[in-house]
Structure formats: C-alpha cells, structure tokens
Design a protein around this ligand. Structure first.
Ligand code: T4K
Length: 419
C-alpha cells in the first residue's frame, strides 16, 4: 500500500518534478488488480491441485461459464484465455473480412485483432461527449468492402447501440462489441454482453474484474456460440475428430478459480470504485479546464475509469505537464488511449493521413488522463492526488516558468513520458 509521505506543497519548488520530495513513497498505479477473498481462492486452488485438472474445459471453467451467463442474462458467455483472443475468435467466427469500421480511440488490441486476420481496420471518429463511435460518421465510412462494425464501450459506457444496430441492419453488416471495459455495466437496464452479434470482455489483471489473464465472448446466438467453442479448442469434437479450424483459446482452471472468487466480490469492487470516483469528483469538480467523465446514474456502471480531460487553455497547465508532474510524485497516471491506434504501427504507415478524418479522436488523445482507481487506492491517496492537481492548476504559470528555467539549464534532459 503506498504511503503518503511528504507534506502538502506550498510553492512550485516543493513539487518533486522541481526537486521536492515525492508525495508518495511508492508508485500508485492506475490498474492494481481487484482481488476477492484469499481463503476462498486458496480453497479452490487446493481443489484443483488435488483434482489434477488444470485446463481443457475443467469443472471451474464450466462453473464460471454458467455463472457468467447467469450474471449477464445472456445465453452463452464462453471464457477464453484473454480479451484479445476473444476478439480474434469472435471476428473469425462472424466471418468478417475486407474492411471493418472501428474507433481509433481504443486500446491497440481492438485494431490488432482485425489486422492479425488481414482485415483492414477502418478508423472512425468518436462522439465528443460519449467518447464512443459516432454513428453518423460510421455511416460515412461504409464502402462496398465493409463487412462489419466493431463498437467499443469505452470506460464501460455503452455505445449508441440502437443507432449502430439500425445502421448494421440497413447495410447488412455484422455488429460486434469490444466490451473489455464494460463487465457489469448496462445499457437501458440490459447488461452489456447482450448486444450486437456478440460482445467480448477482457478479464485482464488491470480490469475491474479479473482472472489474472482472461476474457470471454458473450452471445445469444447458438450457432455462433458452438463455432466459438470449437474454435477455442483447435476445432476438436470428441477425442480424434477435428471438424473446424481452431486455435488454443482455452481458459485455465486457476484463472476460472480467480474469476469465481472475484465474482463473489463484484459488488464490493463496484462500491469501492464508485466511492473513489465520487471522491475524485468532489476533489476536482470545481477546477477550471478539467472535466471528468460522467457515468449515467440510471445505468449500472463499474466506475473503473477515472478519466479526466485537460483543457490546457483553461487549466493553465497542459495534460503532458500534469502527467510529468504526477509521475514525479509517484502517481502513475496514464494517457489511455494516446495517441490513438491510427498513430501506432502498422497503421500510421499504412494510413498516414487517417488523422484528417479523426478530429475528435485527435483532440481527446491530446487531453485525456486516467487516474488511479480500484481497491488499493484509499480516500487519503485520492485527497493527496486531488490536492496535487489543484496545486498544479492554481500555480500553472509558476510551474511552467520553473520548468522552462530548469530545462534551459539542462538542455539534454527529456521530460516527456511514455504512454
Ligand atoms: N480492448 C480494449 C478496449 C482493452 O482495453 C483491452 C485491454 C483489450 C481489448 C484486450 O484485452 P486483453 O487481451 O488485455 O485481455 C493494460 C492491459 O494490459 C490491457 O489489458 C488493457 N486493455 C489496457 C487498457 O491496459 P498496459 O500496457 O497499460 O498495462 P501495464 O502493464 O502498463 O499495466 C497498467 C498498470 O497496472 C500499471 O501501472 C501497473 C499496474 N499493474 C499491472 C499488472 C499487469 C498491476 O498493478 N498489477 C498487474 O498485474 O495495458
């Protein structure tokens, strides 16, 4: 557990980036895993140890599968080894090819899962307030080669599922959702996992709910579900009979044991995230130039992401300066999802002008900052983080001047950070 160390900052020179002591003695991460009850997990590990059944659709994976489907109210929720493989399986099972429309403002895995199968991700711009695909822009990106749309429920906030399904129907396109952030979230009261042809979850360690590594494909389509079940196990039907092309996408028993334990703790994880989110909101709400994402009170959300937009003009400090300042204090905030997939390889070489069609994506990528959340972040930590940010905004001018003086005297120093 990180400990708050140094006294509050009273002048710019107290900041760690300008030579003061860091506010935290240990790094405070954005994605510390939420865990359930250690003894419940250990009991399951003992069982699987005794049973000598470690993978290949073992009893814990089967139990986990049933509990996931029940929780989501979906017919099938097939656990797999990670969210990226879940995406790849769903994309392949849906028969996507040619071009698929996808946001650029997402984790790189969304685009890679397409490109990996030689499908062209066509990057589409997002809506300024929802940060999700803008359906009007999606329609403009459709060509004769388009076979599908992949929407991402970014930060766990649902895409405009009605507009996207109407669009998909009208143009005979398949609709898949990357719901990596959205486990336990609803859209108009229905759990995400029930929309489009299929939806994909990530249960990676940094997600709100984790199985160490893991993921799942949720669908109400029986045929699609049986295809995915075959594909995740090399296409085996029975002992010696392969009836389909497949890969190894299986979840292990120890991951399922972690998932079963985490499910028992889900409501607690949500309430901790929500408490933290509200504390940030109270601590930062009135600062000029800073806007935290909001969650719809009428929906269920997991509150995992505390994402902040920094408007440099109004805040008096830029996003990257704020990030450098926080890192120096041991607050490892992240620029999820800077710089946008279209500015990463191979896409930036393949589509060097993609940015011209992505003004909202580029704007958000310059402003966004994700702050630490989860069970390992306490109220005192959040108070300290908020007071650091408040100090940065209130003393933006002094900080910029002092940094400029420092950089001028140490021209070889690079204060830029890795995204
Ligand atoms: N689609 C979307 C929209 C996604 O966001 C993701 C994954 C996927 C698809 C693909 O799903 P998976 O195949 O991953 O299941 C992290 C995660 O690795 C990635 O799963 C996640 N999105 C993405 C948003 O974040 P990095 O490169 O930021 O991870 P890393 O190692 O820097 O960790 C983040 C922070 O968490 C660090 O400050 C350290 C801390 N941490 C990390 C791990 C792994 C811990 O405290 N404990 C840990 O075990 O990508």
């Amino acid at each position: 557990m990180p400990t708050t160390q140094s006294a509050a900052k009273t002048k710019a020179a107290d900041l760690a980036i300008l030579g003061g002591s860091p506010a935290f003695s240990e790094p405070l991460h954005v994605g510390r895993p939420n865990v359930g009850d250690w003894n419940r997990f250990l009991a399951r590990v003992n069982d699987l140890w005794e049973r000598r059944w470690f993978t290949n659709n073992g009893p814990y994976v089967r139990e986990f599968e049933g509990k996931l489907a029940h929780f989501l109210g979906v017919k099938h929720c097939i656990p797999v080894c990670n969210g990226t493989v879940a995406m790849e399986l769903a994309i392949r099972a849906l028969g996507l090819s040619g071009e698929v429309i996808v946001p650029s403002f997402t984790f790189i895995a969304t685009a890679h899962a397409l490109q990996w199968q030689e499908i062209t991700p066509v990057f589409c711009d997002i809506d300024r307030s929802s940060h999700n695909l803008d359906p009007k822009r999606v329609e403009q990106m459709i060509t004769p080669r388009t076979t599908g749309i992949v929407g991402v429920h970014l930060w766990g906030r649902p895409c405009d599922v009605e507009a996207l399904s109407a669009l998909a129907r009208r143009h005979h396109l398949k609709l898949l959702y990357d719901a990596a952030h959205a486990f336990g979230c609803t859209c108009r009261g229905t759990m995400l996992g029930n929309f489009g042809e299929a939806e994909v979850f990530s249960f990676h360690a940094t997600k709100f709910f984790n199985t160490f590594e893991g993921g799942a494909v949720a669908t109400n389509d029986d045929t699609l579900a049986s295809k995915i079940r075959l594909m995740k196990n090399f296409g085996f039907q029975g002992y010696d009979n392969v009836i389909y092309i497949g890969t190894n996408g299986k979840m292990t028993e120890i991951s399922a044991a972690m998932g079963l334990t985490g499910l028992e703790n889900l409501e607690e994880s949500i309430s901790v995230n929500r408490r933290n989110y509200c504390a940030y909101k109270r601590g930062l709400g009135d600062l000029p130039g800073l806007e935290m994402i909001t969650y719809d009170e009428g929906e269920r959300s997991n509150f995992q992401y505390v994402a902040l937009e920094v408007d440099e003009g109004a805040a008096g400090i830029g996003r990257d300066q704020l990030l450098a300042l926080l890192h120096a204090e041991n607050v490892l905030a992240r620029r999820y999802f800077f710089p946008g997939c279209h500015r990463m390889e191979p896409y930036r070489s393949l589509f060097p002008h993609a940015g011209l069609l992505l003004p909202e994506t580029e704007r958000l990528a310059r402003r966004i900052l994700s702050l630490p959340n989860g069970a390992s972040v306490g109220a005192a930590d959040i108070e300290t983080i908020c007071s650091l940010i408040r100090f940065a905004v209130e003393h933006g001018g002094d900080i910029r001047r002092e940094l400029a003086t420092r950089d001028a005297s140490r021209p070889s120093q690079d204060t830029s950070l890795h995204g």
